[in-house]
Design a protein around this ligand. Structure first.
Ligand code: HEC
Length: 253
């Protein structure tokens, strides 16, 4: 009984708590290809988003839950994945003499983190810790919409009456508005090869797409399974209805 009550309480409280989180400004609602029951990731956007992450964000943010081999889901061939991994140097060992050694990363290695540990990351960032981005779209209310808004929501100056501390910047969408990350993107910082616009807005959109995939790589399969299950249930219901009709045909009721 108590369990049921608790369950009902959670059902009612969770959406309220959810709505209360996040900044006080409404997020712009982007039309993502992965939204809706038939939604899918756009491979082009994912590859461009990975490019933005690896050329810009990875200077400060780790993605420790991803391995290079996971990138094959973005449409890269095994050779391309190998070549991407080989651009990074990782520590391995100990070797036969007990020494650690450096080697080129392999597809089975996890994404290389920019800092050895959290303290080093904070030290390099004015005391603020750049969060791991592997699951960030799940960890923030608004998901991809929030990341996009955050990346495009910087203002040059704090509004009248607000003071920014050292290494703080004003962002319309960051809860509390003061963020210890300088605007990481500006036009033309990443060279796209597929002719997509090289604008802050496009970069932000692509990297948000990529981060959503990183947090929910199974989303497409999950949705397809859901549709199949619904189809099955529908067909099954029709069959059961007809079976019932047939069995009860000669029974008066
Ligand atoms: C120079 C280092 C640096 C770079 C480059 C950088 N960030 Fe950050 N980022 C930070 C720091 C530091 C924080 C913590 C800010 C805070 O807590 O105020 C942060 C915070 C964040 C947050 C969390 C905001 C929140 O709601 O708490 C997100 C999301 C984020 N960064 C995304 C990105 C993306 C995407 C890129 C690449 C386009 C990027 N960052 C590039 C340093 C960086």
């Amino acid at each position: 009984m108590i369990k049921t009550l608790l369950f009902v309480a959670v059902l009612f409280v969770a959406p309220v708590a959810h709505a209360a989180g996040g900044g006080d400004k409404k997020l712009p609602n982007k039309n993502w290809s992965f939204e809706g029951p038939f939604g899918e990731y756009d491979r082009g956007a994912l590859q461009r988003g990975f490019q933005v992450y690896s050329q810009v964000c990875s200077a400060c943010h780790a993605m420790k839950h991803l391995s290079y081999r996971n990138l094959s889901a973005l449409g890269y061939s095994p050779e391309e994945v190998k070549a991407i991994a080989a651009q990074y140097t990782v520590m391995d060992g100990p070797d036969g003499e007990g020494e650690m050694f450096e080697r080129a990363a392999k597809p089975s290695d996890k994404f290389k983190s920019p800092f050895e540990n959290d303290n080093a990351a904070k030290y390099a960032n004015n005391g603020a810790l750049p969060p791991d981005l592997s699951l960030i779209t799940k960890a923030r209310v608004g998901g991809a919409d929030y990341i996009y808004a955050l990346l495009t929501g910087y203002e040059d100056h704090a509004p009248e009456g607000e003071e920014l501390g050292d290494g703080q910047y004003w962002n319309k969408y960051m809860p509390g508005h003061k963020i210890a990350m300088a605007a990481p993107l500006s036009d033309d910082v990443v060279a796209y090869e597929d002719g997509s616009p090289t604008t802050t807005s496009q970069y932000s959109q692509d990297v948000s797409h990529f981060l959503t995939w990183a947090a929910e790589p199974e989303m497409e399969v999950r949705k397809q399974t859901g549709i199949k299950v619904l189809l099955f249930l529908f067909v099954f219901a029709v069959i059961m209805y007809r079976v019932k009709k047939k069995i009860w045909k000669n029974v008066k009721h």
